[in-house]
Design a protein around this ligand. Structure first.
Ligand SMILES: [Zn+2]
Length: 381
């Protein structure tokens, strides 16, 4: 349980923010809302509002720790059970969280904390998702994609294009499978992979979809050198062998000839590359895009009750590169709070660095104190 003094302090601070906050929600009256406390992200759901003001007075009268909204639009958003809501359409949503990326830094700082490496890695996944898949392969116009920081460890990507919002569960599953590279068989791109005697034919860089992606990815990996090849799962001696004939191998790939160097266990090598190139958070994407169209997700620009940060909207994909969530999603910049920190790794927030701490009394800016207290790492002194 969150310390009760911390909970009431946080509620007061959250309320202060919501009094002035601008929270745009499209088709608000046709969405289902859910609210949570500091123990559970959704305590109440099946709630709807006719107007923004109605929503606002609700959150001001008893300020929640989490505010979530349906990614679906319904005829009767507060009806229950779910079928009675009569779903009209649903955003296609991707939830990218650092805990799904198996990052090495997490072994050091633990899964519930984020460092700048974690946040950069989730950003890279967003770029990959949008620029390698949604825009080129699915033709989603980039102004129909919205991105927001989750308020904790990653990003939410929403596709709000009408065409995609009308996809049924089955089509959503296929989108997800395509992006995660699930069901992509090597033989689709390398038709004679099982016949080692024949010259291995494969995709060319200008092929559409995954084929072109594999070819371009391989060329760029060859150009980046040994370390990159090894990160794709190629063993060192093999990587060196490929690099010795680099120019030749690249020339080959541009014409679809993948057999310029004789590789033992060809199928295994190319399979591992395929896997490394696909986006890595399969299970999370699945959870959101498939049959779970009754999913509730944090409302952009509302506060995450485990951090005190807002799920800040990012203006566009091109603005994401420079977006620093640990600065731009920070509220409560005024004042300081005296806390006792039980234990925390280094915290980089609001442009400053705090800690690491262990059993330490410190006075911190409100935002940093709140972050640590909501993460259950600190209490009021
Ligand atoms: Zn990290």
């Amino acid at each position: 349980m969150l310390d009760s003094r911390v909970a009431s302090f946080a509620k007061i601070k959250f309320n202060e923010y919501y009094r002035k906050a601008y929270i745009p929600i499209s088709e608000l009256s046709r969405r289902e809302f859910g609210f949570g406390d500091f123990e559970s992200k959704i305590v109440k759901r099946h709630i709807s509002f006719r107007t923004f003001n109605e929503f606002k007075s609700y959150i001001l009268s008893d300020t929640p720790a989490f505010i979530s909204v349906s990614t679906s639009i319904y005829r009767y958003p507060s009806a229950r059970p779910m079928e009675k809501k009569e779903r009209i359409k649903s955003e296609l949503v991707f939830d990218i969280d650092s805990t799904d990326l198996n990052l090495k830094c997490q072994l050091k700082h633990g899964r519930s904390w984020v460092c700048s490496n974690c946040l950069d890695a989730t950003k890279d996944e967003v770029f990959k998702l949008v620029e390698d898949f949604l825009v080129p392969d699915f033709g989603v116009p980039d102004d129909k994609i919205t991105i927001n920081f989750s308020g904790n460890r990653g990003y939410h990507v929403h596709v709000i294009d009408e065409e995609f919002m009308n996809l049924n569960a089955d089509a959503r599953k296929r989108v997800s499978d395509y992006i995660t590279g699930k069901g992509i068989t090597l033989s689709r791109f390398f038709p004679n992979i099982d016949n080692p005697k024949k010259q291995l034919r494969g995709p060319k860089p200008d092929d559409a979809g995954w084929g072109g992606r594999i070819a371009r990815g391989m060329i760029s990996a060859l150009n980046s050198g040994e370390e990159r090849l090894v990160s794709l799962g190629i063993e060192k001696p093999l990587a060196r062998k490929l690099l010795r004939s680099k120019a030749d191998v690249i020339m080959g790939i541009t014409t679809g000839n993948w057999d310029k160097v004789n590789l033992p266990k060809k199928a295994e090598v190319w399979n591992s590359i395929l896997k490394a190139m696909s986006i890595s958070q399969t299970t999370f994407i699945d959870k959101n895009v498939t049959s779970v169209m009754d999913h509730l997700l944090r409302v952009p620009n509302t506060i995450h009750g485990d951090t005190g940060l807002i799920s800040k909207s990012v203006e566009s994909i091109s603005a994401l590169g420079k977006f620093d969530p640990m600065k731009e999603a920070v509220l409560f910049r005024g004042g300081t709070v005296a806390v006792h920190v039980n234990e925390s790794p280094v915290l980089e927030i609001g442009g400053s660095s705090f800690g690491p701490y262990k059993d330490k009394d410190v006075e911190l800016p409100t935002y940093a104190a709140l972050y640590l207290m909501l993460k259950r790492a600190a209490v009021f002194r």
